[in-house]
Design a protein around this ligand. Structure first.
Ligand code: AMP
Length: 281
């Protein structure tokens, strides 16, 4: 496994692979890798001859008061995990390699980003779509792997690939959790031990929502109220949103039917954590 810093080096290697008829999988990440990322890499290694993992804390997807500077980084540990999991390349560019002076072209989607995380993070998905598009152009993968943990991002990337006729299969992968249910996240490192304990309430709320639906409840407000009161009972939790939307349109729903995403973002101290479940009723 090699760590490449420049676009030219990645292009050269991928071209050589393609000449040999090898398939290529891409796993875009911001690094500080954990078992959630690892599950995506594993899937890519299973389904492709070669796997590229990008490790890039993309400045464009962070708002002015967000955690760009403090976002955790550990390339050495990331390289170990990638090597052990069977990845072939880590692409770890500097921001200046990705955004040359004068950079002014963006992928700006309407509609789907105007909900859930997009409301409190207005520049986020423009940055995500732009960087993912660039990574697709650089790596030209056959398949790219994204976690359901970031369900809105997954829906947005699938829509972008469809709308812009990108010849790439998007593979969505399930949420990997800690033993007590907390979804694994690079941002869990921000939690104090009290906040870490408190954050388990998110996966409990997910379970509660799933149970209500399994028991036949179809009124979205009833389900959301139950989840919100559970989360609000935790003094360290500060709710950003708990919402139910149609998975394809990201529009709020009143009645649970079709392909539904129930998603939440909740702050615990410095950490803003997300969790969700998807159901097809
Ligand atoms: P990030 O480094 O946070 O940008 O995440 C990179 C990719 O890993 C995204 O597609 C995430 O959805 C995915 N991912 C992050 N955490 C998890 C998790 N706990 N389970 C599954 N996928 C995850």
């Amino acid at each position: 496994m090699v760590i490449l810093k420049t676009i030219d080096e990645v292009r050269k290697q991928v071209k050589a692979w393609k000449k040999e008829g090898l398939s290529v999988g891409l796993v875009p990440t911001m690094g500080y890798l954990h078992e959630g990322h690892q599950s995506l890499i594993q899937k890519s290694v299973e389904q492709n001859d070669r796997t590229v993992v990008s490790v890039f804390v993309n400045p464009m997807q962070f708002g002015p008061n967000e955690d760009l500077e403090s976002y955790p980084r550990d390339l050495e540990a990331d390289a170990k995990l990638c090597q052990e999991t069977g990845a072939d390349i880590i692409f770890n560019p500097e921001p200046s390699e990705m955004y040359e002076e004068g950079f002014c072209s963006f992928v700006n989607m309407t509609g789907l980003p105007d909900a859930l995380c997009g409301l409190t993070r207005p520049v986020h998905f423009k940055g995500v779509c732009t960087v993912v598009n660039k990574l697709f152009n650089i790596v030209t993968p056959d398949r790219a792997y994204f976690g359901q943990k970031d369900a809105q991002q997954l829906a947005i990337i699938m829509r972008m690939v469809k709308d812009l006729n990108m010849d790439i299969e998007i593979v969505g992968c399930p949420i990997i959790r800690e033993a007590d249910g907390l979804a694994k996240s690079s941002r869990n490192i921000y939690l104090t031990s009290e906040e870490r304990q408190a954050a388990v309430v998110l996966s409990k709320a997910v379970k509660e929502g799933q149970k209500l639906i399994a028991d036949g409840e179809r009124n979205a407000k009833v389900i959301l109220d139950a989840m919100k009161s559970m989360i609000s009972a935790e003094p360290l939790a500060d709710i950003d949103y708990v919402e139910m939307v149609n998975m394809d349109t990201m529009k709020s729903i009143d009645t649970v039917e079709g392909y539904v995403l129930c998603a939440m973002a909740v702050r615990f101290g410095k950490a803003r954590l997300i969790d969700n479940f998807i159901c097809n009723v």
